[in-house]
Design a protein around this ligand. Sequence first.
Ligand code: CMP
Length: 233
Amino acid sequence: MTNYADLLAHVTIFQHLEPAALERLSARLKVITFPKDGVIVSQSDPGDSMFIIDQGRVKVVLYGDSGREVILSIFRSGDFFGEMSLLDGQPRSANVIALEDARLLVLSREDFVQHLHEAPSTALSILAEMSARLRRADEVIGNLALLDVYGRVARVLVELARRDGHTTDEGIVIRERPTHQDLAAMIGTSRETVSRVLSEFQRRGLLSMQGKTSLLSHGFAEIDIGPETASSS
Ligand code: CMP
């Protein structure tokens, strides 16, 4: 049996656990894989399990009647999702789609409840993580109402730089920049507008892009976007 204790030790809600508890939890997980674009969770479906990402990135997305999409969050290795239906017994609140081939670990409600009996402190960690996600959702709502489209594109780039970027002499490099379409869906605008704003940032020397890699100038990456949340989402 594969041991996922090392991965679990990096998941925010489990990182406080002792090695023995991580081992016990690891034994309860099942592996499931999805190809790129695979639908992992469908909004409104019943759900009684949560997922931990071992490999690949996923997007949490809502679809409007016209097919337009809004991306609520992007998760990657070490993140978890699907906890909302598991906790409140309601249908899935959003769709979760694989952005690339993904390998996930599944924890059923029954096994999660069993784990909580053995390690009640996980309940506090889940509350902390859900607060962090609510803070981020508050920020996104505020940005939609308060920032113009330049501010929203800038903010999402700075957030990506903070989470995934690495610093070089020239600036901060983001390796896996989401597509223009996905950036648009993250900030409630059109792909064309995102392309126009990114071109403008490039023209002003704030940003350069090559394939999926972007380089944010130091000045740009240091824009104050408020406090860092504990969540990696
Ligand atoms: P669940 O409702 O079971 O299935 C969809 C999942 O998407 C949900 O659990 C959360 O894990 C995740 N999710 C829903 N809304 C958000 C959000 N605003 N930010 C981050 N994750 C979310």
